[in-house]
Design a protein around this ligand. Structure first.
Ligand code: DC
Length: 246
């Protein structure tokens, strides 16, 4: 194995992607945001006018996902679907509205499970999502769960969306976030909840560098306890989760 497997879960806008990316960079690990997979299925469903309740067709879209991630020049991630750059489209208001319903479907989750596990298997990865520590990677070396108050998270989303030029009020951002929290936590399959052995981090009053340092300290503790995870031959990691060998 070429590094630890780190599962990073948490509520929407709790800082998962920012922290996950920074931690992955500091460690030289791969960073993968599993929310993008659910967003990609949702985008395809919208484009192909598949009803949000049509579980078999949505699961088929998930199973056939021609999804590819590339590191963008600005340090972010570019996502290609069937070769098309859909990075911006995956964050559109329409996708935001429907993604919780799509991700609540057990058939869709099952179709994406193995892709996520294959991607993490070689190690040296920070995988972020909602059920990574509980369902996708229950044997991860380190499990983290990020939270923050709904008001602080809504403020973050409001600023992000305004920066993208979207017309949104703080009140609407807060309402949308609370709705997403409710849907993500109350679904029957893989609900959003911390794993029993997850390290909880409340980011409400912490700066980004402070959270990163806390995570890196936890990584050092875990690495010392799992020296074998950091040795051995590098394994080839599929760039494209859906096209990797079984
Ligand atoms: O993190 P995000 O906002 O991009 O996630 C989009 C949606 O996908 C959100 O409703 C939660 C869901 N999701 C999930 O159910 N499981 C994951 N591992 C990642 C995201």
């Amino acid at each position: 194995m070429t590094g630890l497997i780190i599962a990073l879960d948490g509520t929407a806008a709790s800082g998962k992607s920012t922290i996950g990316l920074l931690v992955a960079r500091r460690l030289g690990y791969m960073y993968f945001d599993t929310g993008l997979l659910y967003r990609a299925v949702t985008l395809l469903a919208i484009r192909q006018r598949v009803s949000p309740g049509d579980a078999p067709r949505l699961a088929a879209l998930a199973a056939d996902l021609a999804f590819e991630v590339r590191s963008a020049e600005d340090g972010g991630t570019t996502v290609l679907l069937d070769g098309e750059d859909v990075t911006v489209a995956l964050r559109s208001p329409a996708v935001n509205r429907h993604v919780s319903a799509v991700s609540a479907l057990p058939q869709v989750r099952a179709a994406l499970l193995e892709q996520q596990r294959r991607l993490a298997a070689p190690g040296g990865i920070v995988m972020i999502g909602r059920d990574i520590g509980t369902v996708v990677l229950p044997d991860a070396h380190l499990k983290l769960f990020l939270t923050a108050s709904a008001e602080v998270r809504a403020q973050r989303r409001y600023r992000e969306q305004r920066a993208r030029g979207e017309a949104i009020t703080y009140t609407a951002a807060l309402a949308a976030l609370q709705r997403r929290d409710r849907l993500d936590s109350s679904r029957s399959t893989a609900p959003l909840k911390p794993a029993a052995d997850a390290m909880m981090l409340d980011t409400t009053c912490l700066s980004i560098p402070a959270v990163v340092e806390q995570v890196l300290a936890a990584v050092r503790r875990v690495a010392a306890a799992h020296p074998a995870a950091d040795s051995g031959d590098a394994q080839e990691r599929p760039m494209c989760p859906d096209h990797s060998p079984p």
